[in-house]
Design a binder for this molecule. Sequence first.
Ligand SMILES: *Cc1c(COP(=O)(O)O)cnc(C)c1O
Length: 243
Amino acid sequence: MTANDSAPAPDVSPLPAAFEERLAGVEARIAAACDQAGRRREEVRLLAVSKGHGPAAIREAAEAGVIHFGESKVQEARVKIPAAAGHLHWHLVGHLQTNKIKYAVPLFETVHSVDSLKVLQALNQGATTVGRTLQVFLEVNVAGDASKYGLAPDDVPSVLEAATHCLALEVVGLMTLPPFSADPEKARPHFARLRRLRDQWRHDSGFPLDDLSMGMSHDLEVAIKEGATWVRVGTDLFGARTR
Ligand SMILES: *Cc1c(COP(=O)(O)O)cnc(C)c1O
């Protein structure tokens, strides 16, 4: 066999054209992973990450029964969320610049990406100003990956302490985005570590931290086996993004 013969095969299983079929495929994967992990299907929720896709894709997903949507950029969400009909729940999954907080607060119910003390406090301030309560996850940079946002594990206890004074925020759990690898098994130690840290911080802080937001299109099975309660799926629901 030459080196050429061992090159990866082209992707021969493109995503189905219809949203409903793609959703059914993702749902089947979630159900199978729950089954293998001995978890109930209701313990894991699906966040459909619609970033990079327009109103038609969101409408199609909503018609198929999706209610939780994730966006990563406030500028993009400011256009899309007001245009989307129905009672959808919007989650911010991307880094939040503090100068965007005034726009983010009215748009999102949940922020998965609280990645600094500054963002935590500014969000609390913004939510207090408009009389709103936001659910938040602390994003933890488990791998210490310099190219990624997220709190260093060592900084989380002090941020949790500060959160006890943030009365407009409800800290529901932790989120992580491991370094990308095509091999989902490479993400497992990061997911497992987040869960262990959660168990410790839950004990030390008194916050229940019930939710773990971890796992995306290519590694959701591994995340579910390691305790994810939210999987954030973009590509396998909406197709490839152009940006
Ligand atoms: C884009 C994005 C996702 C979804 O990723 P896919 O690989 O397309 O499923 C999940 N989480 C975050 C934080 C993202 O930015």
